[in-house]
Write a protein that binds this ligand. Sequence first.
Ligand code: GTR
Length: 300
Amino acid sequence: MSLTAADVHVDGYPTVEAVRWMGETLAHETGGRIGIRVYHSGQLGREADAINLARFGALDIARVNVSALNNAFPLTDILALPYVFESTQHMRRCLDSATGREILHAFEFRGLVGLAFYDSGVRCFYNNRRAVVEPADLAGLKIRVPPSDIFVDFVRALGANPTPLSYGEVFSALQTHLIEGAENNWTTFYTSRQFEVARHWSQSVHSFAPEVLLMSKQRLDSMTSADRELVLDVAARSVPYMRQRWDQREAESQAAVEKAGVQVAQVDRKAFQKATAPMIETYLKDQALRRLYGQIRALA
Ligand code: GTR
């Protein structure tokens, strides 16, 4: 049986490699009975499309960022909310804990099974206009955000104009000046070639929004219990593989971007946090999010 998987990233991106590794491992351990065919580079559409295809059983595995899930699955908000995690180690510790498992379980009510979380580095701002050090430097800039209210509210609180666009549209939107900037991690900035058209990077480190590997519940339920267990187990084993690939690719991407002459500015992170604290507090008024926030901070 060949499972189908979708990813918006190019071939060779750590998420694509991790799912491919899963497919090879499944094939190896079942004598070729189960495999995965990975459709990378957005061949199957936007992340929102992949989520719906998987929910209705037309796609088996959707690898998406948590930002694409925020509006439909409010518990995931806590993972995308700015300044929740201190470091990559802190984020990994939380995702591996009971808190991470609770959030993965939340998908089951909507036809999906959360298989695993993957790293997505730290999101930072970049633009094609000027060095951004203070929130005031972002004033009035049109900044692309993923389709998540958190990112819309965050960018607005900083005085910029949030413009939700799907990932595949960002490069040409920067090129044609439909937008002036965006925010993402080093690896995405590099592999999408956005660094060629946005020459100012700001080390704002505002969100660790991780990736989520989702499977169609319909498809998983149709498998024998032994195969089901195997798929869940191989997905869990793909996490350390992905983290190792991630660390390497993130460092390589940053080095390549800097070598290509992108200007890197250190930001006044305190000023960014101050400007957005009321907006973040509004999200944390939600009881469930406040509880998860407490659990995450306890692991800092
Ligand atoms: C990347 C993430 C993608 C996509 C993209 C975006 O970091 O890996 O899945 O969500 O961000 O901003 O749309």
